[in-house]
Design a protein around this ligand. Structure first.
Ligand SMILES: Cc1cc2nc3c(=O)[nH]c(=O)nc-3n(C[C@H](O)[C@H](O)[C@H](O)COP(=O)(O)OP(=O)(O)OC[C@H]3O[C@@H](n4cnc5c(N)ncnc54)[C@H](O)[C@@H]3O)c2cc1C
Length: 283
């Protein structure tokens, strides 16, 4: 149906974004294809490096799962997606396919690294890297006849940890700005990699470009986290939202970015067993 309707058909998963869009006539597909009865898209599993989440896994199920606890940023973000009622119906695949630039799950996928599996009408499968999945506002690399079947989020592990923080006008609202940090330490405890992804400030979630000497200047303390995050904040061109003008979004990225970097760093240290095991850096 998806193939024969040539872009005039839309998949229905949890309906938490599609149905409001239908109500408002922002989407007027000729046909709605309900995939809820499809078996095999509800798998939730931990593999060596990834948490594999079937497209129809409900956001609330993932939030309450042991698998989500393998990724700090996933745990942080899931309670912030809408409300319990929307998370009971809303799926992980639907959230990613919807490609809202303020969507929490898309930002975590980009921030921790991962991939999306897609399948077309002929059963051809392909893997799309998180870095090339989001193509613009509500736009992804999925073709009109492709179904997202699975998302694979990189796990945290010894020496590797992630954190997610957002600012929204009220709990459950879409974020005015959001950040996902991922820090890796080598066995001596020295930082070997830093990733900082940003959401809600442009037309898609994206990985911020860090200066070449970012690691050299990084000491894992508040001062270097502030320095790095304000460098990132000054390098972006936020688009602004109804509630957050561009200058405020830039400010938020500086503040939240530093908090997320510190939180991820502390978690990474603790995962190696040489952290101070004290309070986490809270927003
Ligand atoms: C009150 C409210 C508050 C919300 N707040 C937030 C929030 O803070 N953060 C946030 O991220 N989201 C929020 N949402 C959206 C919610 O998370 C949705 O669940 C999610 O965006 C879409 O998932 P869904 O399963 O409901 O998909 P649907 O609404 O069924 O589909 C959404 C889109 O994705 C396509 N699609 C769905 N599944 C697939 C698939 N497997 N393959 C290909 N295409 C597919 C559909 O065709 C459609 O275009 C909110 C929604 C509501 C109603």
């Amino acid at each position: 149906m998806l193939e024969s309707m040539r872009g005039e058909a839309r998949v229905l998963a949890g309906g938490q974004s599609l149905v409001p869009m239908l109500n408002l006539r922002l989407a007027v597909p000729a046909v709605v294809v309900d995939i809820n009865w499809l078996h095999g898209l509800e798998r939730l599993d931990c593999e060596e490096s990834f948490i594999s989440v079937g497209a129809l896994v409900r956001q609330r199920r993932l939030e309450r799962s042991a698998q989500a606890r393998q990724c700090g940023a996933l745990c942080d973000c899931l309670p912030l997606i809408g409300h319990v009622g929307t998370r009971n119906r809303g799926t992980v695949g639907g959230s990613l396919a919807h490609a809202d630039p303020a969507g929490e799950l898309g930002l975590v996928l980009v921030g921790v690294g991962g991939e999306v599996l897609a399948c077309d009408a002929r059963g051809e499968r392909r893997t799309i890297d998180s870095g090339s999945f989001f193509e613009g506002f509500l736009s992804s690399a999925l073709g009109p006849a492709e179904v997202l079947t699975e998302a694979r989020f990189h796990r945290d592990g010894p020496g590797r940890a992630s954190a997610f923080i957002e600012a929204a006008p009220r709990h459950g609202d879409f974020a005015s700005a959001s950040v996902c940090a991922c820090v890796e330490l080598d066995s001596s405890g020295a930082t070997s990699s830093i990733r900082l992804a940003l959401g809600a400030v442009t037309d898609r979630p994206f990985l911020a470009g860090l200066p070449d000497d970012a690691l050299a200047g990084w000491r894992g303390d508040k001062e270097s986290a502030d320095e790095l995050a304000s460098l990132v904040a000054s390098s972006i061109e936020p688009l602004g939202t109804l509630h957050a003008p561009p200058q405020y979004q830039r400010h938020l990225i500086g503040v939240l970015g530093a908090q997320a970097l510190l939180k991820a760093f502390q978690r990474a240290k603790q995962s190696l067993g040489n952290g101070d095991h004290g309070e986490e850096a809270h927003p």
